[in-house]
Design a binder for this molecule. Structure first.
Ligand code: BGC
Length: 554
């Protein structure tokens, strides 16, 4: 079954300069009123996506899951969580998106299954040294009775990366590796069943018309568990990774064999299916995942991690564009996703604020300058959308949403909060269900009580209120995506002169983007003004603002 109309099937290179909108399905729109967003909810809001003008959506996991990690603990890769709908609902959604010219990217979570996955249950039941256990990473513990984990590796979410199981005979037994939560056992990518099963999953969704895949934790699938184990392994601290593929858990050279074989599967389809790696490794290593022989693209989180600083932005852009040119990939740009504090909020806090510590104060200290944060966020998205390559947007940023920093502790769902002994609140503040209407019990999300509570200020930024307001952030996003489509040019830029607080560049065809990171107004270059993130007075661009202009020919 292949969903979709022919109109969007014809450009195999569509992904190179696409605007992709990430949907976190449980928090987007709730059609059945149970408090959790669902696929029919997304279907009912396809109009919003069409009006926004995005080229594709990336759907975070909607598969059956106990939600130990927001759906990234997958019970069955080839089904839909009954709370979110059915496979028929998925087909209907893909068709509706395609009919509106919007492509579909789904999330592939290959590093780990959930602990409720049929394979993991079979592994526990079958006992030690069984073929079922070989699909995961089981080891005996240290200590006289195996009571200590095999080594001291930490998990991303805090505490040990090993958990001990109860054997079928009721006694405590072996340990299994989980780089994330204990409910997310890591697969053994040296096992042929694992390779075969993921190729089946890719074909399953590609056959249903899915256009591409976002590959979760793409850098961690292959591991070296030879003994003696390496001590003091750091996980998640990018700067400490060696750049030579020698880390036992992260970014090993042999992981690339997996993506070369997936490329063959993607290329069985016409147009070939596309992919984007989530590989949180430094730019030169990240590029290895993004070659044409592998996944084609990799997320670039460098700007997402950067302060609001023109020089920093410029060096990141320069580095990534030259790496893309060398590898034949296209660059990706993003400011927010479901794992980080929303960027309107980051830009409204003093530079260098420890975001985890700030969340623990419920957003009280240091105080957030909401207006400044939003003003910079509006400037930043125009800058991103003018860059060569793809831009990935996160649901709600088109409303200028801030982080919900004051979620009460008792409603937090993120395993980071639970596993890290309350020292980090985690990622729920960017996953609060979207406000569609200015009032009502869930601001139009659907249910009376959404699965995470919305703050009262959500009503003032709801989609409906912004729709009719020409100066709203929603209207800025719509105008920017529309103009971008008209101005889109080959994947190059030339830097224009400007002082250290200005980032100005020109794309082929005369499309210029000028961002003033400073506070003093600057003169704009001559040209026809297309769009600006703030109202302009005369030919001056105020601070924390971006303008797009087109150079007048002749
Ligand atoms: C996802 C996270 C998730 C983790 C484990 C990440 O890359 O974006 O949300 O917790 O992978 O699957």
């Amino acid at each position: 079954m292949t969903a979709g109309g022919p109109s969007i099937q014809d450009d195999p290179q569509w992904w190179r300069q696409a605007v992709v909108y990430q949907i976190y399905p449980r928090s987007f729109a709730d059609a059945n009123g149970d408090g959790v967003g669902d696929l029919p909810g997304i279907l009912a809001r396809v109009g919003h996506l069409r009006e926004l003008g995005v080229d594709a959506v990336w759907l975070s996991p909607f598969y059956p899951s106990a939600l130990a990690d927001g759906g990234y603990d997958v019970d069955d890769y080839r089904d839909v969580d009954p709370r979110l709908g059915t496979l028929a609902d998925a087909d209907a959604l893909f068709s509706a998106l395609h009919a509106n010219g919007i492509r579909v990217i789904v999330d592939l979570v290959p590093n780990h299954t959930s602990n409720r996955h049929a394979w993991f249950r079979a592994a526990i039941a079958a006992g030690r040294d069984s073929p079922e256990r070989a699909r995961y990473i089981f080891r005996d513990g240290r200590g006289a009775a195996g009571e200590l984990p095999p080594n001291d590796w930490p998990s991303h979410f805090g505490a040990s990366a090993w958990s001990r199981i109860v054997e079928p005979d009721g006694v405590l037994g072996q340990w299994y590796l989980h780089l994330f939560a204990p409910e997310q056992p890591d697969l053994n990518w040296d096992h042929p069943d694992v390779h075969a099963d993921f190729e089946n999953t890719i074909r399953f969704w590609a056959d249903r018309g899915v256009d591409g895949f976002r590959v979760d934790v793409a850098h961690a699938l292959k591991k070296d568990l030879s003994e003696p184990y390496r001590d003091e392994v750091t996980i998640g601290v990018m700067d400490e990774y060696p750049l030579d593929g020698s880390h036992p858990l992260i970014d090993r050279d042999d992981v690339h064999e997996i993506y070369r074989s997936w490329r063959k599967v993607f290329d069985e389809y016409s147009p070939p299916r596309v992919a984007v790696a989530e590989a949180t490794v430094p730019a030169p290593r990240r590029a290895l995942y993004a070659t044409e022989e592998e996944l084609g693209q990799a997320f670039n989180f460098d700007l997402l991690e950067a302060p609001w600083d023109a020089r920093r932005f410029r060096s990141i852009i320069q580095e990534n564009l030259s790496i893309s040119a060398d590898t034949g990939s296209s660059s990706t740009w993003t400011l927010s996703n479901h794992d980080v504090v929303r960027h309107a909020t980051r830009y409204g806090l003093p530079r260098g604020t420890d975001l985890d510590a700030w969340l623990l104060t419920d957003g009280a200290t240091p105080p957030l300058d909401r207006e400044r944060g939003l003003r910079r966020a509006r400037a930043a998205v125009l800058l991103l959308l003018a860059l060569p390559g793809s831009t990935y947007l996160y649901q709600g940023e088109e409303l200028g949403l801030h982080e919900v920093a004051d979620l009460p502790r008792e409603v937090l769902q993120d395993p980071i909060w639970k596993r890290d002994g309350g020292s980090r609140k985690g990622r729920d503040g960017c996953r609060v269900p979207l406000p569609w209407a200015p009032d009502g019990p869930s601001f139009g999300f659907g249910a009376k009580a959404p699965h995470l509570p919305q703050p009262s200020w959500f009503g003032s930024v709801a989609v409906e209120g912004q729709r009719g307001d020409a100066s709203s952030t929603l209207q800025l996003y719509r105008a920017a995506i529309r103009e971008r489509r008209a101005l889109l040019a080959p994947e190059r830029l030339d830097w224009l002169p400007g002082d250290d607080s200005v980032l100005a560049f020109e794309r082929p065809g005369g499309w210029m983007s000028v961002t003033n990171f400073g506070q003093e107004p600057i003169a704009l270059p001559p040209g026809r003004l297309v769009l600006s993130s703030v109202d302009l007075e005369g030919e001056l661009l105020p601070g924390d603002a971006t303008a797009w202009l087109v150079r007048e020919q002749g």
